[in-house]
Design a protein around this ligand. Structure first.
Ligand SMILES: [Zn+2]
Length: 187
């Protein structure tokens, strides 16, 4: 059951994604995202299409803006994404591309909530990042806990204490529990 203030919070997050979509530097498709941290801070992103550079996806821009403020991994609570391909007039309901899935897997965490909205601002569905991947053991999603352990990065520790909602997931999911330990988050 979603309470009223939670509902308002989500509406504001969707509005932020619409706002950032309007800032896209593009000659084709416009994508807007809004990442929300557990402390409420929001980082928006928009896509940048270019003539010479490889271009940047909205999710990458949003993530980098959060990283620049010291947020990492389990600090991320949820993301709203609004995507419409310029190739046709229908609204495309699209939860990020494969490279951005990988970026989110690497920089956020498996229980990031991904909410997809249309250009009118209607929430269409939500899914946990983990649910977007269907590989079963022995396949591992890269980067795995193993690679995180043997190839540690500097400046990767989350800024905020682990939220109680994520603590519940850590209790039930040994892989996520391990991930939290690698990030040196108190479970
Ligand atoms: Zn992408």
């Amino acid at each position: 059951m979603v309470n009223k203030s939670e509902e308002r919070g989500l509406k504001e997050l969707i509005s932020a994604a619409q706002h950032y979509r309007g800032m896209a530097r593009t000659f084709r498709s416009s994508v807007g995202v809004a990442f929300q941290m557990w402390d409420g801070k929001v980082f928006g992103g928009f896509n940048i299409e270019t003539y010479g550079h490889k271009g940047l996806h909205a999710e990458e821009v949003g993530i980098v803006r959060a990283l620049a403020e010291g947020y990492n991994g389990t600090d991320f609570r949820r993301m709203v994404e609004i995507f419409q391909d310029a190739g046709h007039s229908e609204v495309e309901i699209f939860p990020a591309c494969f490279t951005c899935w990988a970026a989110m897997w690497e920089w956020t965490h498996p229980y990031l909530e991904v909410i997809v909205a249309d250009t009118e601002g209607n929430s269409k569905y939500s899914v946990r990042l983990k649910e977007m991947f269907s590989q079963a053991p022995p396949a591992q999603i890269y980067p795995s806990n193993k690679i995180r352990e043997i190839k540690p990065k500097i400046n990767f520790m989350p800024k905020l204490p682990l939220h109680s909602e994520l603590k519940e997931f850590a209790k039930k999911d040994p892989e996520f529990e391990k991930y939290c330990k690698i990030l040196r988050v108190q479970i």
